[in-house]
Ligand binder design. Structure first.
Ligand SMILES: C[S@@+](CC[C@H](N)C(=O)[O-])C[C@H]1O[C@@H](n2cnc3c(N)ncnc32)[C@H](O)[C@@H]1O
Length: 393
């Protein structure tokens, strides 16, 4: 049966914007001699100044946008996370929160309110956000909380050396550019992008030294070597990113939340083809070349790679769990009961549905994982008291 596409057509200004982004991508391909590594395509499509999805005001969060993240879905996410963050701040002996990629500011707003309610506010709430339009959105949202907004500031990069506290990274790693690769007869191939008429096409060529080494290291770490013809993606820049954002952390932890898997499951035979896709108006889009600049591009996170990068940067894995186990450990049932005790039917239904979406295995409960990476402090931490899957990494 043919299912009609219910997606409304692009508005003229959207089509014009996407055409400008496509033109910029064609220029980059031409400058690259007719071929561009996919990571450069993804980087430009998402982050080219004034053009990329996150940089030109196209990224829209929540029900009316392209995707819904946990903080957008339900305030219960931040209320549970607050319990974990408060514990970490206490173990550290007080400090700052530094949130990377704060989106609409929903997590910052809800978390600050939840921490205020339990007298566990950080000294400062600092946001490192690459996108100017999103920084403006965050300022507007947090400006609605005058009693807390004074604690919030925006930084252009990680804080200066020796800071202590908690770094938060919610659904940011999945948006860092990936390379697509294929295991070819003569070694690893990089599946890059060429221009084709008004659009783009895939074109493999021999991988460069960085991607070849990443693929060799990956193969060595897997229980079985990847078979010839296997296609997936890798984030060769991940170790450098983790090292950069943790370099100045004197004492504390980084909490990473994202969709992903331990390496052996990520690169399983059943996931041949990889996890790379687009998101546009809540639809998962297979064609990552469609509507450049208008759709989000994303790939799952290899949490074993995150753990390796963190250990190489001098941190320890202090816990790894599914989102459902993490939120259950932090009392989501109790938070739901409190939140629904004194509200009308409509709000009770919304809160209950939000909690189900966060927890159900087929929704966000299993796909999303939480990892705590620690420096100078030791667990166990409450978020992992129900189940800690660190051994699966
Ligand atoms: C998928 S959104 C998630 C937003 C928010 N954390 C949430 O969960 O709703 C990705 C966010 O990361 C930001 N971002 C991407 N790369 C970044 C980087 N290198 N440094 C800081 N922010 C970044 C984007 O601008 C955006 O705010």
């Amino acid at each position: 049966m043919l299912i009609p596409d219910a997606t409304p057509p692009l508005a003229p200004q959207q089509a014009a914007h996407s055409a400008r982004v496509a033109e910029q991508l064609r220029v980059l391909i031409a400058q690259g001699g007719g071929w561009l590594p996919f990571s450069r395509f993804m980087d430009a499509a998402l982050y080219a100044p004034g053009l990329g999805y996150y940089m030109a005001g196209q990224a829209r969060f929540g029900a009316g946008g392209d995707f819904v993240t946990a903080p957008e879905l339900s305030p219960l996410f931040a209320r549970c996370l607050a319990t974990q963050v408060a514990e970490l701040l206490q173990v550290v002996g007080g400090g700052d929160i530094v949130e990377y990629g704060a989106g609409s500011g929903a997590l910052a707003a809800d978390l600050l309110q939840a921490l205020a309610a339990c007298q566990a506010l950080p000294r400062r709430y600092r946001i490192v956000e690459i996108s100017a339009p999103l920084r403006a959105l965050q300022r507007a949202r947090l400006g609605q909380l005058p009693e807390l907004a004074g604690r919030v500031e925006w930084l252009d990069g990680p804080p200066a050396s020796g800071w202590q506290g908690v770094a938060l990274v919610n659904e940011v790693l999945d948006a860092l550019p990936v390379e697509r690769f294929r295991i070819g007869a003569a070694g690893c191939e990089s599946i890059g992008v060429i221009a084709a008429g008004d659009g783009f096409e895939w074109k493999p060529r021999a991988a460069d030294a960085l991607l070849s080494k990443a693929a060799t290291d990956l193969n060595a770490a897997l229980p079985e070597s990847l078979p010839q013809g296997y296609v997936s993606e890798l984030r060769p820049m991940l170790p450098a990113w983790i090292a950069a954002v943790t370099a100045t952390l004197g004492k504390g932890a980084m909490v990473v939340v994202d969709y992903g898997l331990p390496r052996a499951q990520y690169y399983h035979a059943s996931r041949d083809g990889g996890t790379l896709c687009g998101f546009f108006r809540h639809r998962r889009v297979e064609d990552v070349f469609a509507h450049p600049g208008l759709q989000d591009l994303t790939a799952w996170v290899d949490f074993s790679a995150v753990a390796d990068a963190a250990v190489a940067a001098g941190l320890e894995v202090a816990g790894f769990a599914t989102q459902a186990h993490f939120l259950a450990s932090l009392g989501i049932d109790r938070h739901l009961a409190t939140a629904t005790a004194d509200v009308g039917t409509r709000e009770r239904l919304a809160l209950t549905q939000g909690a189900s979406m966060l927890m159900l295995p087929a929704e966000m409960g299993e796909r999303f994982k939480v990892m705590v990476l620690a420096r100078g402090i030791a667990g166990p931490f409450t978020g992992f008291c129900f189940r800690d899957l660190s051994a699966s990494l």
